[in-house]
Design a protein around this ligand. Structure first.
Ligand SMILES: NC(=O)c1ccc[n+]([C@@H]2O[C@H](COP(=O)([O-])OP(=O)(O)OC[C@H]3O[C@@H](n4cnc5c(N)ncnc54)[C@H](O)[C@@H]3O)[C@@H](O)[C@H]2O)c1
Length: 313
């Protein structure tokens, strides 16, 4: 019997590399499309994965998909930075909307195509404060990035209703873990500063909350999603709210330090609280996040330490 083929766009990135790490011992043929704009070739085992270096917006990418004939596509390649999306709206839309459309087009006529999994984001909910946010909650994105993810979802829903295109879109909460480059998220930032005994900045009173999820749990959810039979949108989260003050407290505790934050005034546009209900995905798939914030942070900080030791050697 032929093995299932999985093609991962953006497979050399932070989340993609974790998905591949969880799939290497499974009986799948693995393919990656990545232009290495932020991803690293060394993030994936090239003896196990066929890597095509090209842009998801290119005809070359379409031809590669048609040549591979994947059963599944996990579409992760994207412009992921909210701040960049504010100042480069066209680039953001070009990669995230036109690139996604190009990949949908490539898959449309594949024989036996099973599923297109799209990495969406909690950014589609914008400032909606009606917590916990469910898939039915109103979407009011406050950034071009959030708009681009919502439009990607809508194109998928449309292609599903017009031509039965099989898909699911996963809206990720705040993902943390050992990012490839300099992570701009609060946890990467705290980690960098605490290691060198510097005070991390907290904007406002620090009581604003987020739903933090460890990258391995996201990777695992992406794999679970391959078997979802009901097309549509799913939140991927822990369904828990943790304040920024508590994040700092836990990280200090793990490092046995007691570094106080530098208090700064609240930033315009920052949302106060965020929590996504994961009930729909949990009941559909039996997936559950395996890491609490504390155990996820322990894994993350241990990995960081190991990387530093390798660099010193
Ligand atoms: N990390 C998060 O917190 C988070 C949260 C919500 C959603 N997401 C979504 O998850 C997906 C993966 O995010 P990530 O954190 O792994 O990002 P990442 O930047 O680490 O990975 C993205 C990968 O896509 C590649 N890429 C970018 N543009 C490309 C293009 N035009 N053509 C081909 N390859 C291209 C990059 O080289 C990189 O390897 C993205 O779609 C992102 O929007 C991430």
């Amino acid at each position: 019997m032929r093995e299932n083929k999985i093609l991962i766009t953006g497979g050399c990135g932070f989340i993609g590399a974790k998905v591949i790490a969880q799939l290497v011992d499974e009986p799948f043929e693995l393919f990656v499309i990545d232009n290495l704009s932020s991803g690293k070739r060394s993030a994936i085992p090239e003896n196990r994965v066929t890597l095509k270096i090209c842009d998801i917006r290119s005809e070359e990418a379409v031809q590669f998909v048609k040549q591979v004939v994947p059963d599944y596509v996990i579409h992760l390649a994207a412009q992921i930075d909210v701040q960049t999306s504010l100042v480069q709206q066209q680039t953001d839309a070009d990669i995230n909307i036109m690139g996604t459309l190009n990949m949908i087009r490539a898959c449309q006529e594949l024989p036996r195509f099973k599923k297109f999994v799209f990495a969406s984001s909690a950014a589609v909910y914008g400032n909606n404060a009606d917590l916990p946010l469910t898939e039915e909650s109103v979407t009011i994105p406050t950034s071009p990035y959030g708009v681009s993810k919502l439009v990607g979802e809508q194109y998928l829903a449309l292609n599903h209703s017009m031509a039965n295109f099989p898909y699911c879109a996963l809206r990720f909460a705040n993902v943390y873990g050992d990012k490839l480059g300099i992570g701009k998220d609060v946890i990467s930032n705290f980690s960098r500063l605490l290691k060198t005994k510097q005070a991390p900045a907290i904007y406002g009173n620090g009581e604003q909350t987020r739903d933090f999820i460890y990258v391995d749990d996201i990777a695992n959810a992406l794999i679970f999603s391959l078997h979802v039979t009901q097309n549509g949108v799913y939140n991927i989260s822990t369904n828990e709210q943790t304040s920024i003050n508590d994040v700092l407290h836990i990280m200090n505790d793990i490092l046995s330090s007691n570094i106080a934050p530098e208090q700064r005034s609240a930033r315009l546009g920052d949302i106060q609280d965020s929590r996504l209900s994961n009930e729909k995905f949990v009941t559909t798939t039996c997936w559950k996040p395996k890491h609490s914030l504390r155990t996820g942070l322990e894994c993350f900080m241990k990995l960081n330490k190991r990387k530093e030791q390798v660099l010193v050697k």
